[in-house]
Design a protein around this ligand. Structure first.
Ligand SMILES: Cc1cc2nc3c(=O)[nH]c(=O)nc-3n(C[C@H](O)[C@H](O)[C@H](O)COP(=O)(O)OP(=O)(O)OC[C@H]3O[C@@H](n4cnc5c(N)ncnc54)[C@H](O)[C@@H]3O)c2cc1C
Length: 429
């Protein structure tokens, strides 16, 4: 069965720009061949390898075999329910190997240990890691947003100290934005940093802080003057050493039984004067730019892809290839290919030095909707075929993705908030 023709020139952003990215033409190979290709070392990416609707610059594509080999080394022997935990998979040794191989800091200057290759190279590396289900938690946040933030707003001393270590995969950073009562309404944060003779003293609490239990540092949005009613004024970003006296980290267990985020309490935590990033009172502007890094990558379309591959492997194992099943696989494949093309189009904007806030919000909204529909549709499909034996690995993977899927449209900004950004970007509000 061949895929239905997809949009031939889908491009939300860069039709008239310098970087021709979106190639026309059908996805290859046809669905009947799913799983027959990708016989590189390890498991390959049976579904992912069919997503050829959009292409990346050849020089960046050339990174793929090497990063694929590394990702497969880390993940290929793990069961699907472990690989489905790619985002929360914490493996510092693997992150250091990525750093040593030049796969971290791809967008960062060589002067600070980066590769100076740009967003397309990062796109290739991220989609290889996520489609393999490799563990990314030990470098993920630092590489994606802490290092670019420090590069843009930090002092020379901060750049010299933190960025080379991040590029080597040696530092775990956390995002200290949300507080009880301040999530979507981030400008209302109450945790406060007061000036002291030697620097700053922090009191308050953060919540849902991913990786705080493993973290070396948190970049925290704190109130340095005024009250929470002052909204955007009086906010600053400070780097907090999570081993400092007065910091307490209390892990939170999610529905799936995993503890990948935490509450973090600050009780008279003393920080040096140079903990401040950028200028005092400019935290809101900085944090808005940071969120653009968080939302604009390919991260927001692949959260359920290990489950999708596991389900397709099940279809092949039981020999189910009736028209309805192929139509369902075709629908998933076409949507994923289209989302990937949209994500690449956002990356093209980043490569041109722009900040595609509206487009990235659109991809995250559509991408997380797709990621959330997959476990429901796959669960329904398996339930509709009660005579088929479902192996325990697929069942565990389905259970895990089902439990965590609601969080896909919360983390990194909720669906409703993103739709508000999209409406504003379209001039509708
Ligand atoms: C897996 C995961 C990891 C996370 N990691 C981190 C992290 O590392 N660091 C960090 O700081 N935070 C993190 N968060 C927190 C996340 O950013 C917040 O949960 C999110 O911003 C929503 O905030 P909230 O939970 O306070 O919900 P609320 O803001 O109270 O929202 C509750 C509901 O109301 C809706 N709503 C709120 N305001 C509006 C509005 N104006 N218009 C329409 N609807 C609205 C929301 O969309 C949502 O459905 C993480 C969350 C998850 C699930």
């Amino acid at each position: 069965m061949a895929l239905a023709p997809l949009a031939t020139s889908f491009d939300i952003s860069c039709a008239d720009r310098a970087v021709p990215l979106i190639q026309n033409g059908p996805c290859r190979p046809p669905l009947g061949a799913i799983g027959a290709q990708a016989k590189t070392k390890g498991r390959g990416r049976p579904l992912f390898d069919t997503l050829t609707l959009a292409s990346l610059p050849a020089a960046d594509e050339a990174l793929r075999p090497a990063i694929r080999a590394l990702a497969d080394e880390a993940a290929a022997n793990a069961p699907a329910d472990v690989r489905a935990r790619s985002w929360s998979g914490f493996d510092p040794a693997f992150s250091r190997r990525l750093g040593a191989a030049g796969f971290l800091g791809l967008t960062l200057p060589r002067a600070y240990g980066g590769q100076e290759r740009g967003p397309f190279a990062r796109f290739v590396v991220v989609e290889e890691l996520l489609s393999a289900g490799a563990p990314v938690a030990a470098h993920w946040i630092a590489d994606r947003q802490s290092a670019p933030l420090i590069l843009n707003y930090g002092s020379e001393a901060q750049r010299d100290f933190y960025i080379p270590r991040i590029c080597r995969g040696e530092l775990v950073f956390c995002i200290g934005m949300s507080e009880p009562g301040s999530g979507s309404d981030l400008a209302s944060v109450r945790t406060r940093a007061e000036r002291t003779t030697s620097g700053w003293r922090v009191n308050g609490q953060k919540i849902w802080t991913t990786n705080a239990m493993h973290g070396d540092y948190m970049i925290a949005l704190l109130r340095t003057s005024g009250t929470s009613e002052d909204r955007h004024t009086g906010l600053s970003q400070l780097i907090i050493d999570l081993k400092a006296p007065g910091v307490t980290v209390r892990p939170i267990t999610d529905l799936a039984g995993d503890a990948h985020f935490a509450e973090v309490f600050f009780d008279d935590v003393d920080l040096p004067a140079d903990a401040l990033i950028g200028n005092e009172g400019e935290g809101w502007k900085q944090v808005t730019a940071e969120l653009a890094f968080e939302r604009s990558g390919p991260e927001r379309i692949y959260s359920s892809v290990v489950l999708l591959d596991a389900w397709i492997a099940h279809l092949r194992a039981v020999g189910r290839n009736d028209a309805a099943t192929l139509a369902l696989v075709g629908d998933f494949t076409a949507r994923l290919a289209t989302l990937r093309a949209m994500s690449i189009a956002c990356t093209a904007r980043l490569a041109l030095g722009e900040s595609p806030v509206t487009e990235a919000s659109l991809v995250k909204d559509l991408g997380t909707a797709f990621e959330q529909e997959l476990p429901v549709a796959i669960g329904d499909d398996l339930a509709a075929h009660p005579g088929e034996a479902v192996d325990a690995e697929l069942y565990r993977t389905l259970m895990f993705v089902t439990y965590v899927a609601p969080s896909f449209s919360l983390r990194g900004g909720t669906r409703e908030v993103l739709r508000g950004i999209i409406a504003r970007g379209m001039g509708l509000r």
